[in-house]
Design a protein around this ligand. Structure first.
Ligand code: 13P
Length: 336
């Protein structure tokens, strides 16, 4: 079991490849569609994902795994081909987002706690039967004058650990995602505050993972980078972000973890690529670093597609370009 979990994790971290996060909930994809004036219909969600997964060359060359929603895991392309078969064709591991979203936590800080543990063992067994090799659970950590509270960090870390142990029991690699949010409100915190909170969160997450008996060699970490809040006036250079992020990770992430795949968290496409590349140019890190981007891989492709199947080829080209740039970044070889 341990060996096969580690083998899946290694495959997801194949050099020069990363993960496509295409697990936007129905609500989230609806917001993305609304920005380009599209209604949130089942057919359009299907078409959009079909456009991405059918970008065969990009998927084969740059993408190791795709995070899906339950709807997408079971869905078929317009011609009846299951998405799982399309992903298998390009050797991409199908993954599944299993949390049920982040909900308000009682208290003054506007904090969130991720739900979805009830019935998770049964759902995971079902997803494993459907071929899911890995899963994702996102904890949301808020920064403001009050937040994060110790209680919120502990509750989210504990939920992540319970999720991770259930995944491993089902033979599924858990992606553990504690996101310290940089693009929320008020978003005026400093880079140093992000570093301090992220370090604290990671410390608590690994403490809970160890307590739960999670096999660190059979999981992946999906963290935020160390950045000032989106409304902060600080403008660190790519190398500063890279150095600070790697420093914090070195201090808090055990070397037994087989890989780290970052979220993009509202960075521009180019920033997300530049930061990853700069981190990969830093020598002697104990784990490989790659991308598990949603928006930073999809932004241009989404706009190019614009809801029309006749735009598939152009949208796929746009997606392939971002995937290629991030593949170079995963090797530390991107330059603008
Ligand atoms: P972004 O890269 O758009 O932040 O999304 C990644 C993700 O999966 C967040 O849970």
């Amino acid at each position: 079991m341990t060996k096969s979990l580690n083998a899946i994790a290694q495959k997801l971290m194949e050099p020069g490849k990363g993960i496509l996060a295409a697990d936007e909930s129905e609500g989230t994809i609806g917001k993305r569609f609304a920005k380009i004036n599209l209604p949130n219909t089942l057919d359009l969600r299907r078409d959009y994902r079909e456009m991405l997964f059918g970008a065969s060359e990009a998927m084969r060359n740059y993408i190791s795994g795709v995070i899906l929603t339950e709807e997408t895991l079971k869905q078929e392309a317009a011609d009846g081909t299951p998405f799982r078969a399309i992903l298998a064709d390009t050797d991409c591991v199908p993954g599944i987002k299993v949390d049920r979203g982040a909900f308000p936590m009682p208290g003054e800080g506007g904090e969130k706690i991720t739900e979805g543990l009830d019935g998770l063992r049964q759902r995971l067994a079902h997803y494993a039967e459907l071929g899911a090799g890995f899963a994702k659970w996102r904890a949301v950590i808020t920064i403001n004058d009050i937040a994060p509270t110790r209680n919120n960090i502990r509750a989210n870390a504990h939920a992540l650990a319970r999720y991770a142990m259930l995944c491993q029991e089902a033979g599924i690699v858990p992606i553990v995602e504690p996101e310290v949010v940089g693009d929320g409100e008020p978003g005026n915190h400093s880079m140093e505050r992000c570093a301090q909170v992220t370090g604290d969160v990671l410390e608590n997450v690994f403490k809970e993972l160890r307590l739960a008996g999670v096999d660190l060699a059979g999981m992946l970490l999906k963290p935020n980078m160390i950045l000032p809040g989106i409304n902060s006036r600080e403008r660190p250079g790519f190398e500063d972000v890279a150095r600070r992020t790697v420093d914090v990770l070195r201090e808090h992430v055990p070397a037994a973890v087989p890989g780290i795949a970052f979220l993009s968290g509202g960075q521009t496409d180019e920033e997300a690529t530049a930061h990853l590349s700069a981190m990969n140019r830093i020598p002697n890190k104990p784990w490989p670093l790659t991308f598990s981007y949603g928006r930073a891989l999809q932004n241009v492709a989404l706009r190019t597609w614009a809801g029309r199947r006749e735009n598939f080829a152009a949208a796929r080209q746009a997606f392939a370009h971002r995937a290629h740039m991030n593949s170079l970044a995963a090797l530390g070889e991107w330059s603008n």
